[in-house]
Design a binder for this molecule. Structure first.
Ligand code: AHR
Length: 312
């Protein structure tokens, strides 16, 4: 009992002394806001001081924030990388300063993967595939023209979600992507791009489904569909990723059809890995995978009820 108690006390003391700098993407989506809020509560639970820098969707701001965290001598740096490339120089600086880096929700491409400890992320190719597989089943051989609202250009999650969906529909010539453009993961841009798709496609009559890389863009698209006098969820089907409360509400109203949930708790597993590493040098696996599950309108109410405790 005494040794268990002293281990608990020393881990509490260790956690107390940790300061983590978190370079966040911005506040582009409901999911992002939830991720930030969960990160704060996970830090508080562990007695970790968390300093958050808002990147406002610009990699240059994130790089500046990381440099500032290095100058402050934080114990670890968390980054949710806006884009996949261009990280080597600043990560080398963190490595030289012996500050471990943990990636949250998006991946990067670097030649030397020792530049970061681990990436906590979903299988984003699978997320796109789950929506694509759902559509193939739903169409059952019938023709379907899809418009795609991509996430931020250069973001790993946008690249992977595009790939997974394209792979799923590749063997079914009845389903085609007729237009694809970035809506930058925001509600307003999603609406704007959808409006242009609708205009270009016979006032939306040529469109059978909108595949949005996140829920906020899908919600913007739903608005655009309604304003064009069409019924979202019926005249134009929707499929998107995140699981924010508003998408379940749209499902309950019959205006959204398929959704893949992404947990906003990316910081929790990163803190766990950091604490283990600080305690005895344990290296985490290079990827910590979070779950990806498809939800349809029949479980929307249950999912909405669960969201209350998840940072939303
Ligand atoms: O990286 C995760 C994605 O980023 C979420 O799906 C989206 O909402 C956010 O902007």
């Amino acid at each position: 009992l005494v040794s268990a108690l002293s281990a608990a006390m020393s881990s509490a003391a260790l956690a107390d002394s940790l300061t983590v700098g978190f370079s966040q993407v911005g506040s582009e989506s409901g999911w992002r806001a939830a991720e930030t809020s969960v990160a704060k509560s996970e830090a508080q639970k562990r007695g970790i001081t968390l300093k958050i820098a808002d990147g406002q969707q610009k990699q240059e701001n994130q790089i500046k924030a990381v440099r500032s965290f290095i100058a402050q001598g934080v114990d670890a740096i968390f980054i949710a990388p806006i884009v996949q490339t261009g990280w080597e120089p600043v990560l080398e600086e963190a490595k030289d300063a012996k500050i471990p880096v943990f990636l949250l929700d998006r991946a990067i491409t670097v030649k030397d993967d020792s530049l970061y400890m681990t990436v906590v992320t979903a299988d984003n190719v699978l997320e796109g595939k789950l929506i694509g597989d759902w559509l193939v089943k739903e169409m059952d051989g019938k023709p379907c023209n899809v418009v795609e609202l991509q996430g931020t250009v250069g973001a790993s999650v946008a690249i992977d979600r595009k790939k997974g969906f394209a792979e799923a529909i590749a063997k079914t010539p009845n389903i085609k992507i007729i237009r694809s453009q970035s809506g930058d993961f925001t509600r307003s841009k999603g609406k704007e791009v959808m409006e242009s798709f609708i205009k270009a496609e016979n006032n939306g009559k040529n469109i059978c489904m909108v595949y949005a890389h996140n829920d906020d863009m899908a919600i913007g698209a739903i608005q655009a569909i309604k304003e064009a006098g069409l019924k979202p969820g019926k005249d134009i089907l929707t499929g998107s990723i995140d699981g924010v409360p508003d998408i379940y509400k749209a499902m309950l109203a019959g205006e959204a059809n398929a959704n893949v949930e992404l947990t906003p708790n990316m910081a929790g597993p990163a803190f766990d890995a950091l604490e283990k590493f600080k305690k005895d040098g344990t290296l985490p696996p290079k990827i910590v995978r979070t779950e990806s599950k498809l939800f349809l309108p029949d479980s929307a109410q249950a999912e909405l009820d669960k969201k209350k405790d998840m940072g939303y």
